[in-house]
Write a protein that binds this ligand. Structure first.
Ligand SMILES: Cc1cc2nc3c(=O)[nH]c(=O)nc-3n(C[C@H](O)[C@H](O)[C@H](O)COP(=O)(O)OP(=O)(O)OC[C@H]3O[C@@H](n4cnc5c(N)ncnc54)[C@H](O)[C@@H]3O)c2cc1C
Ligand SMILES: NC(=O)c1ccc[n+]([C@@H]2O[C@H](COP(=O)([O-])OP(=O)(O)OC[C@H]3O[C@@H](n4cnc5c(N)ncnc54)[C@H](O)[C@@H]3O)[C@@H](O)[C@H]2O)c1
Length: 482
């Protein structure tokens, strides 16, 4: 496509991550033409440096752990985890960092691809600068969608950059398992990567300044911390990194506000994300480069007054709008954005009210997420604290997941916990959290109950099969009372 100096499409999407690809797909399915602009690999962070490779790093160890809890099966284990084989499987899941597969999908979906850095250059205009310096001007008849995602945030720790600190990218794509790994952070990336590398054989030290998974229900952090420690990870709660220095022999030293300095072979920084908006031409629309993009529920970019920017042609979906930094939620936004762009282009009715097809309302308080630590964590909706802060009159019901017959069968010594947060005024569930082995696949039932606002009275008629771990639903209802 390079060499074409000017082209016009109905919709131009900047960024071909999972979100950008899905916006373009919806738009084309709706009968409009679409082009995506991508500066790296089609498929984005999720495919090559985030969701897929990190889950591949975690999965084999999780399977082995599960087998160890089952007499009769554990005797069949003949060796330790094969780190090389795990890394090789990870390579395959990252498509060996090549995007031919995704490019041919774009082709089959009828979506044009322009490779290069995309920048807004005026109203409905995007300029693409390819690696060879050639420039293509794209004009959008209806909408420009920013789906440029996010990058790792680096703290202001002296020596960090010079020491060649890892971000999630280097951890996800690691060619070898470091003997010693220091992790700065205690959130989702830090917890998952500490779990993965400890299982692969690294001696891991975590500096969790604000605790482990601090924004979840309190029992989540407690259980994951205990389990990380059992797996040999040194978890320093409340500790902050002071300075980082790599010696000539390659050893990295990390000083910390508490405890001895840490010696490691690599240091991973995982303290959150920043939006990829520094160099995308935001100044052209009067916005500050480098900031998150505020949007309304139809994903139109809004100004300080909360109203869509003049003309209403600019949209932002996925990580870049900070509503929920998750692939599934970004793709949900992509479906809403793609469909609403088509509706507006056809002057059709826009369904932007609550639960309307053109509004990404679930971002507000109905977001599901799984953390693939050991034990797994799965939650949707509000924590008890968040529900209270939102002014809801709630009742919190906890149940020991290990006490369910299905759990005991699933694994000897199964330990876990389930919590449901009930809105007492409406008698519906507004939050649900599970911690325990293999709880990930239990989550969608909770998402349906919460999004569907299924009254507790009706939930008594949704009978969980015996003997499954899902029987925890019945136990929670019994604990709540009828
Ligand atoms: C380590 C890690 C693990 C994760 N695991 C999970 C998980 O298990 N489940 C989950 O739901 N979420 C997970 N996430 C979050 C998930 O990766 C993101 O929410 C998701 O990738 C966001 O998709 P996106 O399309 O908005 O952005 P991205 O995936 O970041 O894609 C944006 C794309 O835009 C391109 N781009 C940026 N600027 C420009 C420009 N100016 N011109 C052209 N192209 C540009 C980039 O090269 C990139 O390809 C994880 C994140 C991390 C860091
Ligand atoms: N399984 C999944 O769904 C999954 C997996 C990985 C990442 N993600 C997504 O990727 C995003 C990024 O993950 P993340 O772990 O980088 O961010 P995060 O927001 O989950 O956690 C960052 C942590 O770093 C701590 N922190 C912030 N500044 C610090 C500092 N200066 N020093 C020490 N600690 C500091 C915070 O207290 C926080 O707990 C998340 O929003 C998450 O949704 C999802």
């Amino acid at each position: 496509m390079n060499g074409v100096s000017a082209r016009t499409y109905d919709v131009v999407v900047i960024g071909a991550g999972p979100v950008g690809e899905n916006v373009a797909d919806r738009v084309v399915r709706g009968g409009l033409s679409a082009a995506v602009v991508e500066r790296e690999l089609v498929g984005g962070e999720c495919s090559y440096w985030a969701c897929m490779p990190t889950k591949a790093l975690l999965r084999s160890a999780a399977a082995l752990r599960a087998v160890r809890q089952l007499p009769g099966a554990r005797e069949a284990i003949t060796g330790a985890l094969d780190a090389e084989a795990v890394l090789a499987r990870r390579d395959a899941f990252a498509s060996h960092w090549k995007d031919e597969g995704q490019v041919s999908w774009l082709d089959s979906a009828g979506i044009a691809l322009f490779r290069g850095q995309g920048r807004i250059s005026g109203e409905r205009a995007v300029e693409v600068v390819a690696q060879d310096g050639s420039v293509t001007s794209l004009t959008a008849r209806h909408a420009v969608v920013v789906a440029t995602g996010s990058s790792a945030l680096l703290p202001d720790v002296p020596g960090l950059a010079e020491a060649g600190a890892w971000t999630s990218r280097e951890a996800a794509a690691a060619a070898a398992v470091p003997g010693r790994l220091a992790v700065i952070g205690g959130g989702v990336v830090a917890s998952e990567m500490a779990t993965a590398f400890a299982a692969l054989g690294s001696r891991v030290t975590m500096l969790a300044r604000d605790g482990v998974l601090p924004t979840w229900e309190p029992f989540v952090g407690e259980r994951v911390t205990a389990s990380l420690r059992e797996a040999g990870v040194t978890v320093r709660l409340g500790a902050e990194a002071g300075a980082v220095k790599r010696a000539d022999d390659g050893t990295v030293q990390v000083t910390s506000t508490s405890g001895e300095p840490i010696e490691a072979d690599e240091v991973l920084v995982a303290i959150g994300r920043r939006p990829n908006t520094l160099d995308i031409g935001l100044e052209q629309v009067g916005l500050e480069p480098g900031g998150w993009l505020a949007v309304d529920d139809t994903l139109q970019v809004t100004g300080e007054d909360g109203q869509a920017l003049s003309g209403g042609w600019l949209y932002a979906a996925g990580d870049v709008n900070r509503r929920a930094l998750l692939t599934h939620q970004g793709k949900y936004q992509a479906r809403a954005a793609g469909d609403v762009i088509v509706a507006r282009a056809r002057s059709a009715v826009v369904e932007e009210g609550r639960w309307g097809r053109h509004a990404a309302v679930a971002d507000e308080r109905w977001v599901p997420q799984v953390v693939f630590t050991e034990p797994e964590v799965a939650s949707v909706g509000l924590t008890a604290a968040a529900a209270e802060a939102a002014g809801l009159r709630t009742r919190v019901v906890d149940y020991d997941l290990g006490a369910v017959a299905g759990s005991a069968l699933h694994a000897n010594g199964y330990q876990g916990c389930a919590r449901m947060v009930v809105d007492e005024d409406r008698k519906v569930i507004v939050g649900f959290t599970l911690v325990g082995p293999d709880v990930a696949e239990l989550l969608h039932a909770a998402t349906i109950a919460i999004v569907g606002e299924v009254p507790l009275d009706r939930l008594w008629h949704a009978v969980p099969a015996y003997p499954t771990v899902s029987e925890v639903w019945l136990r929670l209802l019994e604990t709540y009372g009828r």
